[in-house]
Design a binder for this molecule. Sequence first.
Ligand code: ARG
Length: 459
Amino acid sequence: MQKMWAGRSESATDKIADDFNSSIAVDQRMFREDIRGSMAHAAMLAAQGIISQEDADSIIDGLGGILQDLESGALKIDPAAEDIHMFVEQILTDRIGDTGKRVHTARSRNDQVAVDVRMYLRRESHEITVKLRKLLGVIAEQAEKNVDTIVPGYTHLQRAQPIRFAHHLLAYAMMFARDIDRIGDAVKRMNESPLGACALAGTTYPTDRGMVAKALGFDGVSRNSIDAVSDRDFCIELLSAYATVMMHLSRFSEEIILWTSWEFRFMELDDAYTTGSSIMPQKKNSDMAELVRGKTARVYGDLVAMLTIMKGLPLAYNKDLQEDKEMIFDALDTVKMCLDVFTPMLETARVNCDRMYRAAQEGFINATDVADYLVKKGVPFRTAYKITGQLVAQCIREGLVLEEVPIETYRAMHEAFDEDLYEEISLEACVEKRTSEGGTGRASVLEQIQYIKTLEEEQ
Ligand code: ARG
């Protein structure tokens, strides 16, 4: 095949080499960014007197037509093209003639691709953020419904202390809130235009990089042209933020899988988000949650692959960098898909408050509160802790829970115990007494819901 860059080479490249080298299958999704970038570049070339206004108008017009035709499907991407940049330039030249060949003045594909990827990721990251806000809204909604749902809080997966289920859900909301922040941070740092760096060294033409940057919504231009074309930190930062989103979704999924098991039965997922078994008629599997957990692995893989691509690259551009898009696009597609399924799955999940309450009654979950009761009556904490431990051991021997132990037994252990103990160690009291900031007390939980709702509404 004859290449646009044919000149130095005497013969055509091998078909297998062409296929190997081509990235159009992956980078065609950046056609909008590529065209917008070229339009801004052409306008700048004219404003700076590098090409005529007439040529720029014709280029911009031609690019507008290509954009329209690609959007409508009237123009199909040629899978044999080398990449999206070559494809657009080729079509432009086919349509407007030799003038189209002027668009690549004072530019290289190295800065062109760097600008396209940044613009594309900026847009997609915004979409992910919108989806994360939606998830925050759903968590806040479920939390509101479950302010008074008491559930065991766990450490080491052992029942530890009773908490409001809302409080537990809100812990996840805080993680996703940080994710939104992290993505925003990465986008802010990424929002510098590399266009004008050209191949690596800058250009002899009197370009105005700031003008192009402004037209394309960048906050400024990259300061070093070599760095501009060879840096992929922004991919790594975003991949790391996406991997963290997945890690959070995966932890949440793991809990949902546990909660929906017959052993827990804390939660039931809507039929729309479960599957059956081909052999066992009783099964209702939490496949969506399992897949979210499973797909987390590939996003981690994308991050590690990207880091590995970069580790031995000499400056400046090397073709290895073409692989960046495979990783980052796979990661963002995966995150978006997972959020799209996870959010409605959580929204439609039914919480089994009775099962949660019963589980909270069973595990001596109020033992800390028995000890605290004694402490409030003047007993040193370590003594109170020991006495309570002995009481728990006795309960286990006799098949009782702490609320059922008669007052005489308590008093035999320590005379500070009184009838008011039972009130103090009720699950409701245990939860409500934890009024410290960020704790499981009602006021704190309501405040957390309010906070998450304000984030949900931000844009
Ligand atoms: N398709 C290439 C990429 O994605 C575009 C840049 C090509 N530059 C070059 N010097 N061959 O990285």
